[in-house]
Ligand binder design. Structure first.
Ligand code: SF4
Length: 386
């Protein structure tokens, strides 16, 4: 009898909570943290680019489980939470780079034992793209260790051909070739390039500690050329460079206040390489990644947030936390440019165990964006009715 009464009381408590008006739910949950308040606002009002650094900092500093929960909510609202994009990154020209990025084994200034290689030939690149496609990858990214492509006319023309061919194979194509000029961005777009990767790496303030051979503004200029050419922007950063939390917030603030959010935001955890100035940095912890990913998800809801370099150090349950927090893209393939990456079979198993499905390629990001906002509006209408 006692049992029945307890069950009934519990049930009626739950029922009365469920029956209360939506506004009451809102006030109950929003009292918990900035992550709760801002995620509800993001779901209600959609993406915005007038974030203050303080607002993003408050989200970032929310209790980590609350941040994770609200990152997951925004993720489910703006994306199919089961879909994860698989991108394969190939270094088509390795090492010998004139830049001094202090995390990078490809800089010619550091003695990392890396063997420099010229631009790969057509057969080798197309073979790699074909293999990536067969392994389930829908986006093929080509990276070249250059400061820029100015004065590399022959190589650049060659890369335009690679872009055309790979696009013709039904894959999305991305490049990361260093700084781009306006005209080069236009030519890449005409060749069929889907996205261009150019990371900001860290905050404007911390940046000079990491790179001195090009400025933050030069990086932003390349992003602007990419955007103006109609190519999707892929830009994120690296944590574990010795930066403070406010630099992580600063990076997200710069990205989230661009006139249009990047379509892809890679979040990398430094893999310290012997011989680079950052060789002794201590590894990034999973909760630092979760904070970055969930905050990125809340402040840039439509972006593909990519769990990138450093994934190899995280176990499957740790990666699951990242997907829950809002990551929906990974790099697959043996290597990430020159550093090790997760094993193919381990990734296949992870997709199976976590119930993830590979995201199909999308050749019209704008149309996809419209669908997302339509879905958001419909869901909002439904929740208002409820
Ligand atoms: S990150 Fe790119 S630009 Fe910097 S040193 Fe490495 S290859 Fe060169």
């Amino acid at each position: 009898m006692m049992m029945i009464m307890m069950t009934t009381t519990r049930r009626s408590l739950r029922c009365s909570r469920l029956r209360c008006p939506p506004s009451a739910h809102h006030s109950l949950s929003s009292s918990s943290s900035a992550a709760a308040v801002e995620s509800e606002r993001t779901i209600r009002e959609g993406p915005r680019n007038d974030w203050t650094r303080e607002e993003i900092n408050s989200v970032y500093q929310s209790p980590v489980l609350d941040l994770l929960f609200h990152g997951a909510q925004v993720h489910r609202h703006a994306h199919n939470f089961r879909e994860v994009q698989q991108c394969t990154l190939l270094s088509i020209k390795t090492g010998g780079c004139s830049e001094d990025c202090s995390y990078c084994p490809q800089s010619s200034r550091y003695n990392t034992g890396l063997k420099a290689q010229k631009l790969m030939d057509t057969d080798a690149v197309l073979e790699a793209a074909k293999n990536a496609k067969e392994a389930g990858s829908t986006r093929f990214c080509m990276g070249a260790a250059w400061r820029d492509t100015v004065g590399r006319k022959t190589n650049f023309k060659q890369i335009l051909e690679y872009v055309k061919e790979i696009r013709g194979m039904g894959m999305e194509v991305c490049c990361t070739l260093g700084m781009l000029e306006k005209q080069q961005a236009v030519e890449l777009k005409e060749a069929g390039l889907t996205a261009y990767n150019h990371n900001l790496d860290t905050s404007r303030e911390y940046y000079p500690n990491i790179i001195t051979t090009r400025t933050y503004d030069e990086r932003l200029e390349t992003l602007q050329h990419v955007r103006e050419a109609g190519i999707n922007v892929c830009s994120g950063g690296i944590i574990g460079l010795g930066e403070a939390e406010e630099d992580r917030v600063g990076l997200l603030h710069t990205l989230a206040t661009l006139p249009t959010h990047p379509e892809s935001v890679p979040i990398n955890a430094l893999l310290a390489v012997k011989g680079t100035p950052l060789q002794d940095q201590k590894p990034v912890e999973i909760w630092e990644m979760v904070r970055m990913i969930a905050t990125a998800r809340i402040v840039m809801p439509k972006a593909m947030v990519r769990l990138s370099a450093g994934r190899v150090r995280f176990s499957m349950p740790e990666q699951a936390l990242c997907f829950l927090a809002g990551a929906n893209s990974i790099f697959t393939g043996e290597k990430l440019l020159t550093t090790p990456n997760n094993d193919y079979d381990a990734d296949q198993l992870m997709f199976k165990v976590l119930g993830l499905t590979p995201k199909a390629p999308s050749f019209s990001e704008e149309a996809a964006g419209d669908i997302v906002s339509e879905r958001c509006e419909q869901e909002e209408a439904i929740s208002n009715v409820g």
